[in-house]
Design a protein. Structure first.
Length: 180
């Protein structure tokens, strides 16, 4: 983990094997402006969605959490051939999303730059008044390990903090993409 958001952005800009030219342009603006703007984040996801639609998929549903983060809805699986094509197309279209999304997620979900994911998630819960101050990262980790929670994991604000820190879960009531 970097010592600051600027250091993290610099590392991503320097990683020319993973970060695309589009992402470097967005990250240069982010560095100059103290973070990825909502406009750049939204545009990045819009580009992804359009790329997938241009490849012939029926619908791409982006779930927007209360904290402004996006995550693609789960999809119904198709045949092995369809899934192989989808995986390849998704990888192609997602190429311009990764670095931008990581920085934006960090800004929202882990501005203190905790290296421990549980600490970062619980800090986000606390900053958003979703848990009492007595709720700890250790408690959260234990609840995750046991699968028994004192928090409502289906609450969109709770999920937003988890998504902001790379933890995704789907539930029965979530929308499902019909790709084929």
């Amino acid at each position: 983990m970097a010592g600051s958001l600027d250091e993290y952005i610099d590392a991503l800009i320097a990683d020319t094997e993973w970060t695309t030219e589009y992402e470097r342009e967005v990250l240069e603006r982010a560095k100059a402006n103290g973070g990825v703007s909502v406009t750049d984040y939204e545009q990045t996801w819009s580009r992804y969605k359009q790329c997938m639609l241009d490849k012939g998929y029926k619908e791409i549903i982006l779930i927007k959490y209360p904290n402004g983060l996006y995550h693609e809805a789960p999809y119904q699986e198709g045949t092995a051939r369809q899934m192989a094509k989808h995986d390849k197309d998704m990888q192609t279209c997602m190429a311009d999303v990764g670095a931008v999304a990581q920085v934006y997620q960090m800004q929202i979900g882990n501005p203190t730059l905790f290296s421990d994911k549980n600490e970062a998630i619980v800090d986000c819960f606390r900053r958003n008044n979703l848990v009492p101050l007595t709720y700890t990262a250790q408690q959260y980790a234990q609840e995750r390990a046991e699968g028994e929670y004192t928090i409502d994991r289906q609450d969109m604000e709770i999920r937003g903090c988890e998504v902001a820190n790379g933890l995704f879960a789907s539930y029965v009531d979530d929308p499902v993409e019909q790709l084929w």
